[in-house]
Ligand binder design. Structure first.
Ligand code: SAM
Length: 414
């Protein structure tokens, strides 16, 4: 028990992990897994090894991280990125490449989604530089390989898959022309020395990591992100991460405030948008299309007309929720529920909106409906875990996290 607490302390110090957010059960399992690999019967000797070996700490970290990710996750950040790229790196934009950082990048889904978005915004390949870091070497190996199962494209139509991937027997491989735009590297957001003198970026995606960090670690991480972001740049965080720690460093980004932040004046000089230069050679008027299938399909972009199908209405509700127009988003969800579209996604969205508006009882009820209808809804299960954790019910929180982990593994196996 005391060993476990010491190990949890070490993980909090070195990678910022808040055990409460993943559950002590996961840490216990991770320790057991490492003991059996090393052939140790007792945690005492293991703790001594761990304290003196960065390699062993890295192995333990592999066991405790949650690498859940998929292409174009949450969609709207990528729409915002495309708008930002068009507005700031358009024909009269700067000659320098748009530099983006994905931290953490897990198995590369987010980083490749950024690269594809920038290509679709019209930037030429040499106008795009995407750096992508993660603490997990296993995830980075998968990222460099760039081969994904169907589950990595969940919630996505076939458009990007047809255009930027090559189909293999049961998986899809990223187009080498996209792969070339992304540089993967091992990174610990909490290792301050790693970031000193590091490149700075116009866009940073730091999604679904801050929720797993202790409060002091989150503050250190935010300070690092603050140093890494260029004037006029945008920081994207996850939906559950609209946290007070981000202020006053970053200010909610106009209409997209629920997940995108810009630099504020407090604590640092007000930053200006990137200076424009002569007509940039790095921009193309027509979006780059890689595969002939994509060109043939002529797939339409999102229509501007009012949504009519349940999918379109749900999409619109998500967009409104992202823009913090919660009442309007709830109205659309209610419309779907009234019309008896029994979709787990509708309840999941209602749950997330209730969480964002601080109504955790309501959120719990909606999220429970969501997982009743779809027990593979990993995000709803994780959110339920956080709600239980918040009210001090560690056992229930751990159960939800275990269910989320099982659902994730089932999804990966698809
Ligand atoms: C849930 S994934 C998020 C991936 C992606 N940003 C997304 O939102 O889809 C969390 C990732 O954080 C990584 N991670 C955990 N602690 C980290 C740290 N201190 N520094 C860098 N990466 C870390 C894990 O290895 C894991 O791949």
């Amino acid at each position: 028990m005391t060993y476990r607490i010491e190990i949890e302390g070490l993980l909090a110090e070195r990678i910022g992990l808040d055990t409460g957010s993943v559950g002590s059960g996961l840490i216990q399992q991770a320790i057991q897994a490492r003991l059996s690999v090393l052939g140790l019967a007792e945690p005492g000797p293991y703790l001594r090894i761990l304290r003196n070996s960065d390699e062993e700490l890295a192995e333990l970290v592999e066991e405790v991280v949650i690498p859940e990710s998929w292409f174009f996750r949450d969609k709207h950040p990528f729409q915002r990125l495309e708008k930002y790229a068009r507005e700031n790196w358009g024909p009269s934009g700067p000659m320098t490449p748009l530099k983006a950082l994905s931290i953490p990048c897990a198995a590369g889904e987010e980083a490749y989604s950024i690269a594809i978005t920038l290509l679709e915004a019209g930037l030429l390949p040499d106008g795009i530089q995407v750096d992508a870091g993660d603490i997990s070497e296993r995830q980075l190996t998968r990222a460099r390989r760039g081969v994904y199962r169907a589950n990595a494209f969940r919630g996505e139509g076939p458009r990007h898959r047809l255009a930027y991937f090559r189909e293999l027997a049961q998986s899809w491989e990223i187009d080498p022309r996209v792969r070339r735009l992304v540089r993967f590297f091992r990174a610990n957001l909490l290792a301050d020395e790693q970031w000193a003198g590091q490149n700075t970026y116009d866009v940073i995606f730091c999604r679904n990591l801050l929720i797993y960090l202790t409060k002091p670690a989150r503050q250190r991480a935010v300070a690092t992100l603050d140093r890494l972001l260029n004037p006029g740049g945008i920081l994207f965080v996850g939906h559950a991460e609209m946290i007070a720690d981000l202020q006053p460093h970053f200010l909610p980004d106009e209409d997209w405030g629920s997940f995108a932040y810009r630099r504020g004046a407090a604590g640092s000089a007000e930053r200006e948008p990137p200076a424009s230069g002569p007509k940039a050679e790095r921009f193309r008027e027509t979006p780059l299309r890689f595969s002939p299938e994509h060109q043939k399909s002529g797939l339409p972009r999102a229509p501007d007309s009012a949504p009519t199908s349940p999918e379109e209405i749900l999409d619109e509700a998500r967009r409104l929720a992202d823009q913090r127009q919660y009442a309007e988003a709830v109205r659309l969800c209610d419309q779907l529920v009234r019309n008896q579209v029994p979709s787990a996604s509708v309840y999941s969205l209602l749950g997330m909106i209730s969480l964002a508006t601080g109504e955790s009882d309501k959120a719990e009820a909606y999220l429970m409906k969501a997982v009743y209808l779809d027990d593979a809804d990993v995000e709803a299960l994780l959110a339920l875990g956080l709600i239980c954790q918040g009210r001090g019910d560690a056992d229930a929180a751990a159960r939800y996290r275990r269910r989320a982990e099982r659902a994730r593994l089932r999804g990966e196996a698809k």
